[in-house]
Design a protein around this ligand. Structure first.
Ligand SMILES: *[C@@H]1O[C@H](CO)[C@@H](O)[C@H](O)[C@H]1NC(C)=O
Ligand SMILES: *[C@@H]1O[C@H](CO)[C@@H](O)[C@H](O)[C@H]1NC(C)=O
Ligand SMILES: *[C@@H]1O[C@H](CO)[C@@H](O)[C@H](O)[C@H]1NC(C)=O
Ligand SMILES: *[C@@H]1O[C@H](CO)[C@@H](O)[C@H](O)[C@H]1NC(C)=O
Ligand SMILES: *[C@@H]1O[C@H](CO)[C@@H](O)[C@H](O)[C@H]1NC(C)=O
Ligand SMILES: *[C@@H]1O[C@H](CO)[C@@H](O)[C@H](O)[C@H]1NC(C)=O
Ligand SMILES: *[C@@H]1O[C@H](CO)[C@@H](O)[C@H](O)[C@H]1NC(C)=O
Ligand SMILES: *[C@@H]1O[C@H](CO)[C@@H](O)[C@H](O)[C@H]1NC(C)=O
Length: 385
């Protein structure tokens, strides 16, 4: 395998660093985690999911930091939901926006999964979709691998012949599905991800391109587990997904990005009958809603939760943290918040099995999945403001 050393060093040079070494500029972890995020507080009017995203007041049981310092974000699996009603869930966005030059590291012990479940950790500009979207973690139903994507205005393409370990699903980032790359490294989503204790994603948002790396827990490198004040990306090897600037002018298509974490149910991707039935079996109209969302939801949503150790942002300096309009942050913001607690390596190893109603489920390979995607209709996988 060819070393990516020269590539990483180049990328760092271009973004202003003198080495492949970036400093911590924001640490989302521990008891103060949710102070740095805004809650949506409205029903899902963005992807037509069958959820109400609660406000912070009503989120105490769905968005909290557990005694071990893990960040839990989940779908309500205790309330009885009558027919025609929606189920409570969570959508949060960072108050911070980040410019090119940023590396986000997401350490998760568990991702939400199960029939009807559609979680994502992603980024977007203030003006969506004009200012771009980076989907770092996204999956639906009983998919067994993560799907990454960019969404942009016309003119941003995935390069051909890119050195990436994932499988590219299309070159035009302006189509409804975006320019997708499906993960081929094992255990990137679902029950398998949880059973190995999760893993880590690192996303480089840079003028030289956008690059996403993924390591399942056993493979997380020391450069990640030992990174506290700074992170050295020079030994990371080939990314899972790469969109180099050679075919996408990053500052042109991506404004400053804020992070988004959400879990919706059914809706424009998970709920499309052909998509839903691909892994959950029931092809009946509205099966996604009727088989899962209503009634007590207990079995269906036992795995519909994020368990995050931390999300950290690294950069040459904290000038990457800006206001929603991309302007400089004044009065002390932009300095790293040390919200403390959960450090790297803390892993619950959560693995609870039982992923919902899965009769007749078929596990699609990445290639078969891409074929199914290409044939499906709707605004597949496209998230929204
Ligand atoms: C932060 O880094 C940028 C890019 O190298 C540089 O232009 C800027 O002067 C630096 N700011 C501070 C406060 O060091
Ligand atoms: C990165 O920065 C840390 C802390 O300043 C330093 O110890 C380390 O040697 C640097 N690594 C590289 C590759 O420059
Ligand atoms: C969604 O609802 C919120 C709150 O009512 C509103 O501000 C926003 O404009 C709506 N978005 C869309 C896309 O309808
Ligand atoms: C939060 O949501 C609940 C339930 O919809 C509502 O009763 C309450 O007024 C909201 N609180 C705020 C501060 O918006
Ligand atoms: C939302 O919060 C308000 C205020 O705490 C409370 O009265 C109400 O019962 C909550 N509603 C739900 C649906 O959780
Ligand atoms: C990649 O190759 C396809 C097929 O030849 C071509 O249509 C597309 O324009 C190429 N993309 C880029 C970014 O060069
Ligand atoms: C509710 O959940 C329990 C398991 O806790 C299950 O036995 C029961 O059948 C469920 N009821 C409905 C109406 O789905
Ligand atoms: C509800 O979901 C949580 C995870 O968020 C899980 O630990 C719990 O077992 C579930 N409840 C039931 C009754 O299945």
């Amino acid at each position: 395998m060819k070393s990516i050393h020269s590539f990483a060093t180049l990328a760092a040079f271009a973004s202003g660093a003198l080495a492949a070494n970036f400093s911590l500029v924001q640490d989302y972890s521990g008891t103060g985690f949710f102070d740095a995020w805004d809650f949506y507080g409205n029903f899902d009017n963005l992807t037509n999911g069958d959820v109400t995203y609660v406000n912070q007041t009503n989120a105490t049981n769905l968005a909290y930091v557990d005694p071990a310092g893990h960040v839990i974000i989940k779908v309500d699996n205790t309330s009885f939901v009558p027919y025609n009603d929606k189920r409570n869930s969570v959508r949060i966005t960072t108050k911070d926006y980040f410019t090119p030059g940023t590396i986000w590291v997401v350490d998760a012990a568990h991702l939400p999964f199960g029939c009807s479940v559609w979680p994502s950790i992603w980024t977007k500009g203030n003006n969506w979709p004009q200012n771009g979207e980076i989907d770092i973690i996204e999956g639906v139903n009983l998919m067994t691998f993560n799907q990454m994507a960019l969404h942009t205005q016309p003119g941003c393409l995935a390069a051909n012949g890119t050195t990436e370990t994932g499988q590219s699903g299309g070159g035009d980032c302006s189509v409804a599905a975006g320019c997708t790359v499906v993960e081929k490294t094992p255990n990137s989503y679902g029950e398998a991800f949880a059973s190995v204790g999760g893993g880590v994603w690192a996303t480089q948002f840079d003028v030289t391109g956008i690059f996403i790396w993924f390591w399942q827990r056993p493979d997380v490198p020391a450069s990640i587990t030992t990174a506290t004040d700074s992170i050295d990306i020079s030994t990371w090897g080939n990314p899972s997904a790469a969109w180099p600037a050679s075919s996408c002018n990053i500052p042109q298509f991506f404004g400053a990005q804020q992070l988004v974490i959400d879990i919706t149910l059914c809706g424009d991707w998970a709920g499309v009958p052909s998509i839903y039935s691909a892994t959950c079996g029931d092809a009946a109209t509205n099966a996604c809603y009727l088989d899962n969302v209503i009634n007590n939801g207990t079995a269906q949503y036992a795995n519909a939760y994020f368990d995050l150790n931390y999300i950290r942002a690294f950069a040459v300096n904290s000038s990457v943290i800006v206001n929603a309009d991309g302007g400089a942050v004044t009065s002390g913001a932009g300095a790293p918040s040390s919200t403390g607690a959960a450090g790297p390596g803390a892993s619950s190893g959560a693995s609870t099995g039982g992923s919902g109603s899965s009769s007749g489920a078929t596990i699609l390979s990445p290639a078969a999945w891409l074929a199914a995607l290409a044939g499906a209709v709707g605004t597949l996988g496209m998230l929204a403001l």
